[in-house]
Design a protein around this ligand. Structure first.
Ligand SMILES: Cc1ncc(COP(=O)(O)O)c(C=O)c1O
Length: 507
């Protein structure tokens, strides 16, 4: 849910009606914007009005900010449309859909090397995305830890999790909503993921789990789960604790098994007890599906499972929501049987090689440092070498003129002085588009070089009013470091880009 702000504060307040583009053909009168109209309108008019407004949204295929799938085969689109009226939770009524979900959970658990015997059922659940999956995994850790502490007669009111400062905002949500302290390992210049040594140092008897990310949202880099596991094994042996690892493989979970099968990050490692992955990212399904899998039954406390039976037979569920559409699960199953291991591998190889084309092209401009890694999620993260004239936000804004949606953002603490741009290379981003994007980046640089740095100037003036000593130095790096930077940017209404220092608008 996006919280709507009060109507009076809205910038639409001056015009509280919606006018149809083709008014003379469809709706003669305008419609109220913020209250339900008295009467009906025709279905053609409703369609026209909404599709006209939606024209102003960006083009999803050119939305390079998002990991989320924007293209599927028409056959799968047909299956999705045909199942739009199915509620996934009606398991007794839609037993086949439930069975398809079970098959997906089993396939994913085996892909992540869960120690399952032939025919043994994996433990896991379909979710709306990785965020819900993470809430469920976090709750399981919290409850397990509490049960253990209660049994030992120890206090159980101060649980914490250890993560890198680069975690996606859903971990902060989990921590706040479910009252768990989040202890984050800060980043540093040239090291933009969680340092496993520092993470294990932070672990104490109240740590319910350490979260490692396979594919940092910021630059796609894989965290070193194997090293984390070794260090944690040692610490657990020394202390007698049993601190587990959760791997947030939201984007990397469907990359690593295909491109880096030798990389040990999953249930092959002793401390890894649960993993989440977004079906709607490199699982290749449209938005609305994620997965969480546990290593064994013992890792999911029974008391978190609800047994609902009023719609028919006993339904064990572990979800935050009750109802949700079934089509995304069906679509995930479609991709699994349609592509198989080899199909996924070839798509991921293609994404990796297109990311390389893009990365080489961006490097060849001579203007950027590359902050993503060769081994990782196929994203290209890059920052300007010289920010004295223009910054990454201006590059992003100007790329919009060519249709590209490329986000610019700042790194997590303590590397927030680093600004970067990030392109997620998805299946539908071809080599031709990669080459085209490089050409457009060059055009934007030429344009910016020939233009006075307006935004920098505007911000500098605003900051200089508060901090006169900065007046002489308008370099973005100095401005970013200024304590009043955030305040000024918020006041200048740039909150989406600069406001939170957490890239929580991009997933
Ligand atoms: C590492 C990581 N974890 C969790 C999430 C949240 O995933 P979802 O959008 O599937 O809820 C994201 C989204 O980008 C992510 O990158």
């Amino acid at each position: 849910m996006v919280l709507s702000s009060a109507i009076s504060e809205s910038h639409h307040a001056s015009d509280s009606s919606i006018h149809s583009t083709f008014a003379s053909r469809y709706v003669q009168t305008s419609l109220p914007r913020f209250r339900m109209a008295e009467g009906e309108i025709s279905k053609e008019a409703a369609y026209q009005i909404i599709s006209d407004e939606l024209m102003l949204d960006g083009n999803p295929r050119l939305n390079l900010a998002s990991f989320v799938t924007t293209w599927m085969e028409p056959e799968c689109d047909k299956l999705i449309l045909a199942s739009l009226n199915k509620n996934y939770i009606d398991m007794d009524e839609y037993p086949v859909t439930t069975e398809l979900q079970d098959r997906c959970v089993n396939m994913i658990a085996r892909l992540f090397n869960a120690p399952l015997k032939d025919g043994e059922q994996a433990v896991g659940a379909g979710t709306v995305g990785s965020s819900e999956a993470i809430m469920l995994a976090g709750l399981a850790f919290k409850r397990k830890w509490q049960n253990k502490r209660k049994a030992e007669g120890k206090p159980y009111d101060k649980p914490n999790i250890v993560t890198g400062a680069n975690v996606q905002v859903c971990w902060e949500k989990f921590a706040r909503y479910f009252e768990v302290e989040l202890k984050d390992v800060k980043l540093r210049e040239d090291y933009y993921v969680m340092d496993p040594d520092k993470a294990v140092e932070m672990v104490d008897e109240n740590t319910i789990c350490v979260c490692a990310i396979l594919g940092s949202t910021y630059n796609g880099e894989f965290e070193d789960v194997k090293r984390l596991n070794e260090l944690l094994e040692e610490k657990n042996k020394e202390t007698g604790w049993d601190t587990p690892i959760h791997v947030d493989a939201a984007s990397g979970g469907f990359i690593a098994p295909f491109l880096y099968p030798e990389l040990e990050w999953d249930f092959r490692l002793s401390c890894v007890r649960s993993i989440n992955v977004s079906g709607h990212k490199y699982g290749l399904v449209y938005a609305g599906v994620g997965w969480v899998v546990w290593k064994s039954k013992d890792d999911l406390p029974e008391e978190l499972i609800f047994h609902v039976n009023y719609l028919g037979a006993d339904q064990p569920t572990f979800t935050l929501n009750f109802s949700k559409g079934a089509s995304q699960i069906i679509a995930q199953y479609y991709q699994f049987i349609r592509l198989g291991f080899e199909g996924y591998k070839s798509i991921m190889e293609n994404c990796r090689s297109n990311a390389k084309v893009l990365c080489d092209g961006i490097r060849s401009t001579g203007r950027f440092n590359i902050l993503s890694k060769d081994v990782g999620v196929p994203v290209v993260a890059f920052s300007l070498k010289d920010r004295s004239q223009h910054d990454e936000f201006e590059v992003a804004d100007n790329l919009r003129r060519y249709g590209w949606i490329v986000p610019a953002y700042t790194m997590a603490p303590d590397a927030e002085h680093i600004c970067l741009l990030r392109v997620v290379v998805r299946e539908d981003f071809s080599c031709t588009l990669a080459q085209r994007l490089v050409e457009d980046i060059r055009r934007v640089l030429d344009y910016l070089d020939a233009r006075p740095p307006k935004l920098v100037e505007a911000v500098a003036v605003a900051i200089a009013q508060k901090e006169p000593e900065l007046k002489e130095d308008v370099k973005p790096s100095t401005l970013l470091a200024s304590p009043v930077f955030r305040e000024v940017m918020l006041a200048k209404k740039f909150p989406k880009k600069f406001g939170s220092f957490k890239m929580n608008g991009v997933c």
